[in-house]
Write a protein that binds this ligand. Structure first.
Ligand code: F6R
Length: 247
């Protein structure tokens, strides 16, 4: 299903509310809520609303376990562009989550250790019973996580090469495309698909074209987000601009 909101702020509050409800339902049962999280511009307001719910309405994250989708490779966790830093600044430093419950792919792992590291990431997700809810943005290449065109539908967590367009889109953050890492560690399409619920968010006119392809286009590895059409547990949460090319 596709939900269209008038603006990103309203859409973000609605998504944050769904996350909060999941956390509270699990709390009531004495269980953990296992969240798959994304970085980038799209989820920033969702995280801001979760921080507000924590500070003003007492929402606790003590029972929350998180797995982030991806991290650039190589990437030092303290670097300005690291997703570890992003998550601390936008969410984790402002809530009461137990740091041992936070998982983000490690951009400092030695190249030869990456395959084992990625299997271990998958094993850890499974050890918590899998992801209850995965939050996604979408890149202009149609990537989800950093699963660029060509990614297989059953792919797992792995080292990938970033598309040129993805690196161009990140060039502002890195002060030039030449400084954007060429690789990343990302959960696979298969990893994402195992989540019990998936919410893909997109805002702004610049996402309208890829959203049209993702929602209405033929399913193809050329646009990895089209694989989501196969899942009944996916919701596309859009603002009016991102939805503007849908028929
Ligand atoms: C981020 C991620 C990416 C982004 C996508 C959109 O963890 O996995 O797929 O969601 O590149 O980025 P923004 O939100 O910056 O437009």
């Amino acid at each position: 299903p596709v939900s269209v909101f008038p603006d990103p702020a309203k859409a973000s509050v609605a998504v944050a509310q769904r996350i909060a409800n999941l956390i509270k339902d699990k709390q009531a049962k004495g269980e953990s809520a296992v969240l798959g999280l994304a970085t980038g511009a799209t989820p920033v307001r969702v995280y801001a609303e979760l921080v507000r719910l924590h500070k003003e309405e007492g929402l606790s994250f003590k029972n929350v376990v998180t797995f982030n989708l991806d991290e650039y490779y190589p990437m030092h966790p303290e670097a300005a562009q690291s997703y570890v830093r992003f998550m601390k600044e936008n969410l984790f430093s402002h809530i009461d989550i137990d740091p041992v419950n936070i998982h983000i792919p490690d951009g400092t792992i030695a190249l030869e250790d990456i395959p084992a590291y990625c299997l271990e990431y998958e094993r850890q997700i499974s050890s918590y019973g899998g992801l209850d809810l995965q939050i996604l943005g979408i890149g202009r290449t149609g990537h989800i996580g950093f699963n660029e065109p060509g990614s297989a539908p059953n792919s797992g967590t792995r080292l990938v090469t970033l598309d040129d367009l993805t690196r161009r889109d990140a060039s502002f953050d890195f002060g030039g495309k030449e400084n954007v890492p060429t690789k990343a560690i990302t959960m696979g399409i298969g990893t994402i698909f195992k989540a019990r619920e998936i919410i893909l968010m997109a805002w702004n006119q610049k996402k309208a074209e890829i959203i049209k392809k993702a929602v209405e286009g033929e399913m193809s590895s050329d646009v990895p987000a089209t694989y989501l059409q196969q899942s009944s547990s996916v919701e596309f949460v859009l603002d009016a601009d991102a939805a503007s090319e849908l028929t």
